[in-house]
Design a protein around this ligand. Sequence first.
Ligand code: UDP
Length: 238
Amino acid sequence: MAEPRWGRVLIKLSGEAFAGEAGFGIDGEVVSSIAAEIADVKQRFDVDVAVVVGGGNIWRGMTGEGAGMDRAQADYMGMLATIINGLALQETLERLGQPTRVQTAIQMAQVAEPYIRRRAIRHLEKGRVVIFVGGTGNPFMTTDTTAALRAVEIDAGAILMGKNGTDGVYSADPRVDPDAEFLPEVSYIDVLNRGLKVMDSTAISLCMDNALPICVFDLMGRNLAAILEGDTVGTLVS
Ligand code: UDP
């Protein structure tokens, strides 16, 4: 088995990615292709893989707030959306023969284990892909913050931030600004000061305080193996 650049990684998958072209719900083909890539790197590299999934393809707290809902209530709905996505990913990975466990920050004993840090680490050591769902379990937060938090908790070497429709970090939105410049490397503080679209500020601060590198890459570009091989892919925030 190949030695990866990091022995343990946490992959952040945005809910949006699960929606595919439709922009809403779960596109089975997209989930299959993501799962196949994860199963493939698990076979080829001696790497522990944890995943945090978002829920934006189903529901975002801010959407509810915009429509006049109580924000905390709307956020709990968002957290439940991440559980649906996590179960879809679990099912697909297991169909490919990759053992998994889903751990949720919101208790749901019939479908997933509760989040227990030491147990998650044990699963990783046994070669299982651990899918963290339910966000942090707290409203007013995002699954980016969940990714940063869980990555630090399980002592991951890096967060691999899979983006949908962009191959890394730019100085401005390349869809709007023709002068937007691709940034192969950027510091945490630059991300914060320049308001670069990587993660929200809570998540970035947590990574900065714990010197946890973030690799931002195109999720649909079949990049995972290259990243683990140490190739320069996307943007490295460190
Ligand atoms: N959410 C939350 N607390 C968390 C994580 C998520 O309240 O710790 C809610 C929030 O409403 C968010 C939704 O869950 O909008 C879906 O998560 P997110 O927007 O991070 O998903 P992604 O953008 O990755 O698809």
